[in-house]
Write a protein that binds this ligand. Sequence first.
Ligand code: TRP
Ligand code: ZN
Length: 882
Amino acid sequence: MDAPAPQAIHLDAYRKPDYRIESLALAFDLEPEATRVKSRLQIAYDGSPSDLSEAALPPLWLDGDDLKLLSVCVDGTPLDETEYRQDATGLSLDVTSPGFLLEIETEINPKANTRLEGLYISSGTFCTQCEAEGFRRITFFPDRPDVMTVYEVTLRADKALYPVLLSNGNLVESGDLPDGRHWTRWEDPFPKPSYLFAVVAGDLACVEDSFTTASGREVALRIFVEHGNEGRCAYGMDSLKRSMRWDEERFGLEYDLDLFNIVAVSDFNMGAMENKSLNVFNSKCVLADPDTATDADYASIEGIVAHEYFHNWTGNRVTCRDWFQLSLKEGLTVFRDQEFSADMRSAAVKRIQDVRSLRARQFPEDGGPTAHPVRPASYIEINNFYTATVYDKGAEVIRMMQGLLGREGFRKGMDLYFERHDGQAVTCDDFAAAMSDATGVDLNQFKLWYSQAGTPGVTVTGEYDAAARSFELTLSQTIPDTPGQSGKRPMHIPLDFALLDPDGQPMPLKLACEEAAPTSRVLELRAARQTFRFENLDHEPAVSINRGFSAPVNLSIEHTPATRAVLMGRDGDSFNRWETGQQYATGLLLEAVEAGGEGRQTPEALIDALRETLLDEAQDPAFRALALTLPGEAFLADQMKTVDVDAIHIAREKMRGDIARALRDELLETYRGMQSNAPFEPTADAAGKRALKNLALGYLTASGKAEMWDLAVVQSRNSDNMTDRMAALALLTDRQGPERDDCLQAFYQRYRDEPLVVDKWLALEAMSVLPGTLERVKGLLKHEAFTLTNPNKVRALIGVFAAGNPLRFHQADGSGYQFLADRIVELDRINPQTAARLIAPLGRWSRFDGARQALMRQALETILSAENLSPDVYELTSKSLT
Ligand code: TRP
Ligand code: ZN
């Protein structure tokens, strides 16, 4: 590769912009292959008045990417080519006056835009995606989040093809034009950065509702979808209204315009986008009905609708100074959507699910070659930093602040943050300062969570002295080295803590130096090693620590069989009840893996604990389903120095079989007991029952009794909802035989015209543990249902195979690796952002045996040697090889 390596951008090189944009007027003449964009920018020099000699005025830099420049005028006079310099990244203008009107006309080709950044066409609808740096693909502009302005947008297009013309803010005027065209004009009164700009134009159906805010503002709510999808908007709409109410109640935050629009599009690089008053959604993240969406889809829609809505305050009203501060809006908004979902559903179940996903996505990232801090210090391509670390670890950082400040203190901090920064572009430090100033809590050491990468390890040991009736708890922490960072400082780690007696009751926690003896505490670990001594304890306690996963760390703690039983069966903290069971199963499974897979018979202690949970009607079925789910293969792999995918699979299947045979009657009883004749409802309660029923079905099919498979076949055919159908099909997909092919074929025939369901069908094939999976995946690339231009299809087939099927992706001959490398190179020419998101599984090479290491590195080299790699793919591939 001869092209120069793309350059990195550094946080500490930040400089304030030289110019302010006082207002922006945009006019679009929308044509698929030649859209004209006229922009009028009122510009003012923003330096200090003492620099205001004409000679000193710096040039004005405008970003631009893939634009055809038609004209540039300053104060009405066209510039000639000596007065500006254009290159592939933008335009530099000489400035002669501290205030001037700049007019620019450009032409773009939305139809050729397969990157889905900027203005593009999805199923005939014009739409935009400007975060992070897509606006520069629409017009020349200082495309950085600290340049905020008010927008006036005029849209002109063919009226028959594009009856709906939308942008941000309020519709102020509209009318007809000659030649069958029409126009609309939009004004957004709130200054915003360019990444929140949006336009949509198409022939769309609209579902309408309304919401009255706490202070009495009547807000029109509209969801725009392709014709035929009107019946799939109800759940998204309901989620939106519940989010609006929740944000008022929890944070005192109201909506601020009279209109809130959501548009569903089928080609989209991510989940959804929070453009001011015009959220654009991947159709997968908003459309649902019982026949096509699973319970997991409903839950994800609820969370994503809330997430984008919550951005109106955390992201839009207060935005980021620069992209290094991305977690300022994303970590905080993920935290907010997690809290919302916890309130709508079971908080305990939600927390367990969030921790599972943190461990599945963020911990591996934090321990791999692309590890970076929540606030990165440098990047080549910002698209690559929309990561689990920035989003999910970022949310954990906010959650820890709430833990340290208390709910009330946290709310005070939020209030102060908005009081200080409404309308501004700010930093993570500004957020922490508001939290600290509102409460007096010192967060200086805590802020290392923003700058130090790597998952801290915390080791817990305890010693009970029966004679002295005291218990000494010792905590120590280590922060692993990560690329570019070593020798880290100890972090400030809040650990929720209790000591349980043999009945699971929390004992009073009296520290040697204190009188107070509460039954739970937050232990604040700040040093590398700290000891806490508790007094007046009549029993050897069971240590319940990091309750609710109060800190995102790897905890190492040993339990005796007796204390484990207390924690697993009786801990009032349901997270730790679940966690202790998982740890126990993990230990046993890893032991079996060491022995090549089969290991010994699953111990009665585990079986008994699982039986107790399975039958415990006092517990939420959703929780019981989680507690009975064994740690996944990827999680087990992460606990190993050298991963053995085959042994992991064998060991886990063996344990599943043991459990299934030992608990067959109870499982069958559960399977029947959780059936319901009521019509499908997407409530958390009903979903929990389905989860437990389908968990039982999974074990039953693993019990070795052939007739159990009949249950799955019947369920896959006769269920009235997608959750049950998919659960049964997923089991059948892993089993060779005629039923498998019949059921999958019937499913495809039934849903071939439903793109979102076809994605599920592709993902089922990609996840199959059967040996021929890679060949089938290759075959499906050519299927009528598949296309590389649609990110959902790419993720369903290629993404799921690489990231969700360790057994087949890592097959020993390396064919899975080479397959992925070839697809990444192919896709990079179409959609770099989506291509780059497929690389991560190859980056984990150092965790595998020598032969696989060589094959994985070879696949990465294949990618790196391709011509004209995008910065997106270049950055992650080159980092993955170091
Ligand atoms: N800001 C969006 C969110 O978190 C996600 C986003 C970032 C995005 N970049 C994108 C969405 C590019 C689509 C395409 O909700
Ligand atoms: Zn977001």
